[in-house]
Write a new protein. Structure first.
Length: 278
C-alpha cells in the first residue's frame, strides 16, 4: 500500500512538474530571444544564449516603437473596463437574486445567452452602432464593448455568491435606515469578495489580451493597445523584427506577472473563503 502511494506521489509530481515546465519555459525562451537579433534567431539556435546580447531591442521598444504609450493605453482600458463591469454586474446580480420583478427570468436567460454566444458574430453591428455614435477610435468604444461581453459571466459569478448571503443581514440594515446602494456596496460587496476577485482576474485577462475589437474599433495610433502594437513588428520594411517583438512581449508581460506575484496569495485566500462560505 505504501509503495502504491509512493508511486502515485511520484506520478503526480512528474505530471505537475511537466505542466509547470511547459507553462514557464515559453516565458524563459521569449526572454532569452529578446536579446538576439532576427538573423541569429532565424539562422542560429533559438534555444541557446545570445552570441551578442542586444539590449538595443529594449531601448528601441521603449523609445522608437513607443511601447510605453501602448502600455499606458492598455492600463487605462483595462482599469475602466474592470470598474464598469464589476459595478454593473454586482447591481444586476443583486436585482436578479434579491428583487422580484416580471422580467427577471427573461433577463436571466439573456445573461446566460450572453455567455454562450461568441463575441465575434456581432462585430459588424457593434462597429456600425459605435460609428453612428461617433465613438470609433476612442478608448470608450473599447471599454464599453469589452465590458458588455464580460457582464454576463461576471453577473453569474456574483449571483452564485449572493445566494449564500443570508437575507436577514439586509433586512437588519433596512431597519437601521440603510438605502439600496448602501446595502449593496457596504454589506453585500464585502461578503462576495471571492466572486469579485475572480471577476477582476477574468476581466483583466480578457481586456489585456483583446485583439479583434481593438483592431477594429481603434483605427489610429494614439489610442492603440499592446496587442495591436505587437502586430506592428510584423509589418516592417525588411520583414518581422523578432528580437524587438520578443522584447516588447517581455515588457507587455511585466504587469500580469507582477500582479500574479503580489496578489496570488490574496486571491487564493478569498477563493478559499468563498468555498467555505458555500
Amino acid at each position: 500500500m505504501r509503495i502504491q502511494q509512493k508511486w502515485i506521489r511520484i506520478l503526480i509530481t512528474i505530471v505537475f512538474g511537466a505542466f509547470a515546465f511547459t507553462s514557464v519555459y515559453p516565458l524563459f525562451w521569449m526572454f532569452i530571444n529578446s536579446f538576439k537579433d532576427t538573423a541569429e534567431i532565424m539562422t542560429g539556435s533559438s534555444f541557446g544564449l545570445p552570441v551578442v546580447w542586444k539590449f538595443k531591442n529594449y531601448t528601441d521598444a521603449l523609445f522608437e516603437r513607443e511601447i510605453l504609450k501602448y502600455f499606458l493605453n492598455s492600463i487605462i482600458v483595462t482599469t475602466f473596463t474592470i470598474l464598469l463591469t464589476v459595478v454593473v454586474s454586482v447591481m444586476l446580480a443583486y436585482a436578479l437574486t434579491r428583487m422580484k420583478w416580471k422580467l427577471s427570468i427573461k433577463v436571466n436567460h439573456v445573461v446566460t445567452l450572453g455567455i454562450l454566444l461568441p463575441s465575434q458574430i456581432v462585430i459588424v453591428p457593434i462597429f456600425v452602432m459605435l460609428r453612428e455614435m461617433q465613438l470609433i477610435n476612442k478608448p470608450i468604444s473599447l471599454i464599453l464593448t469589452i465590458a458588455a461581453f464580460n457582464i454576463a459571466m461576471s453577473t453569474l459569478m456574483a449571483s452564485s455568491f449572493m445566494k449564500s448571503v443570508p437575507p436577514e443581514m439586509e433586512e437588519a440594515a433596512v431597519m437601521d435606515g440603510a438605502g439600496l446602494i448602501t446595502i449593496i456596496f457596504r454589506i453585500i460587496v464585502p461578503l462576495i469578495k471571492p466572486a469579485i476577485a475572480s471577476m477582476c482576474i477574468n476581466i483583466f485577462i480578457n481586456s489585456w489580451n483583446e485583439f479583434i475589437y481593438a483592431l477594429v474599433l481603434i483605427t489610429g495610433e494614439k489610442f492603440r493597445t499592446l496587442p495591436i502594437a505587437l502586430m506592428n513588428y510584423s509589418s516592417g520594411k525588411y520583414g518581422t523584427d523578432y528580437g524587438g517583438m520578443f522584447a516588447a512581449m517581455v515588457i507587455t508581460s511585466i504587469l500580469p506577472i507582477l500582479l500574479f506575484v503580489f496578489f496570488s496569495n490574496e486571491v487564493e485566500k478569498t477563493l478559499s473563503a468563498g468555498a467555505i462560505l458555500k
